[in-house]
Structures are given as structure tokens and as C-alpha cells.
Design a protein around this ligand. Structure first.
Ligand code: HEC
Length: 127
């Protein structure tokens, strides 16, 4: 009887170790994809046309860190970027494909429309 219980325990243990390994591999594999820059934004998201005035309104939060004049002093300049690159950058933070605690937190709160509006506004700021 004792032997049976031990056998049972050992098989439960090895199954759970197997599961943990499989999960670990899954996490590892998905991180690899991210690090290879395989992140893509769908055509539907790229097709959204932002509202430049709404973008200007939203931008005040961003320019507390990013210089409105396009200076790059520690924090990268984000003015004058093509809309597609800007949208791509924000979505890659929001999805976690690109890691940065501040930008991930900020982009979590933005909708697809808000990202498009910020993109069109910052593109127009060509300094
Ligand atoms: C608290 C400071 C802070 C705020 C506020 C902030 N950012 Fe950022 N942002 C950063 C930092 C720092 C980086 C560089 C992160 C990195 O190295 O990936 C960055 C990176 C970026 C990038 C990528 C730049 C590059 O060269 O690849 C974009 C685009 C961007 N931010 C847009 C925005 C927008 C739009 C907002 C407003 C909704 C915003 N940020 C608000 C600090 C901030």
C-alpha cells in the first residue's frame, strides 16, 4: 500500500515537472520571437486615421518627458517621425514586444485611435 502511494506521488511529481518545463519552453520561445523584432502591427491598425487636434491635446502628457523641440537629451526625440513608425513603436510597447516600464505603462492606457492621433500630431511637429 505504501509503495502504491509512493508510485502515485512520483508520477504526479514527474507530470508536473514536465508541465513546468513545457511552460518554460513556451515563454522562452515567445520571447525569442519578440527579440528578433518580429512584432508587426495589423493593417487595420495602420489604416486608422488620427485626429491631429486630439493628438495635440493628448501630447501634453508626452512632452513632459520628450522635448517638444525635438531635442534628444537622454529621452529620445519623437517629433517628425513617419506615422507608421510612430504607431509601430507605441504598439510594440503596449504589447510588451518592446520593453520599457514607463512607455509600457503609458501605452497601456492609449486606444488605437489615440495612438493614431498622437502619431499624426507628432509627425507634423517637424523641427
Ligand atoms: C515619464 C517620461 C515619459 C513620458 C511621459 C513619455 N515617454 Fe515616451 N519614452 C520615454 C523614454 C525614457 C523612452 C525610451 C525608452 C526605451 O529606451 O525604449 C521613450 C520612448 C518613446 C518612443 C520610442 C522612441 C525611439 O527612439 O524609439 C516613442 C515613440 C515614445 N516614447 C512616445 C511617447 C508618447 C506618444 C508619449 C505620450 C503619450 C510618451 N512617449 C510619454 C519617456 C517618456
Amino acid at each position: 500500500m505504501y509503495n502504491l502511494i509512493m508510485k502515485y506521488l512520483i508520477s504526479v511529481l514527474s507530470i508536473s515537472i514536465l508541465c513546468v518545463n513545457l511552460f518554460g519552453f513556451y515563454v522562452f520561445a515567445s520571447e525569442q520571437v519578440n527579440h528578433e523584432g518580429g512584432f508587426e502591427v495589423s493593417d487595420e491598425i495602420l489604416a486608422i486615421v488620427g485626429d491631429i487636434d486630439y493628438g495635440e491635446y493628448l501630447s501634453s502628457e508626452c512632452t513632459t518627458c520628450h522635448h517638444a523641440q525635438g531635442l534628444d537629451e537622454g529621452i529620445p526625440s519623437i517629433t517628425g517621425w513617419p506615422v507608421e513608425s510612430f504607431v509601430w513603436a507605441l504598439h510594440s510597447y503596449r504589447s510588451g514586444a518592446r520593453n520599457h516600464p514607463i512607455m509600457e505603462m503609458i501605452t497601456q492606457r492609449l486606444s488605437n485611435e489615440e495612438i493614431a492621433s498622437l502619431a499624426i500630431f507628432f509627425e507634423s511637429m517637424n523641427n
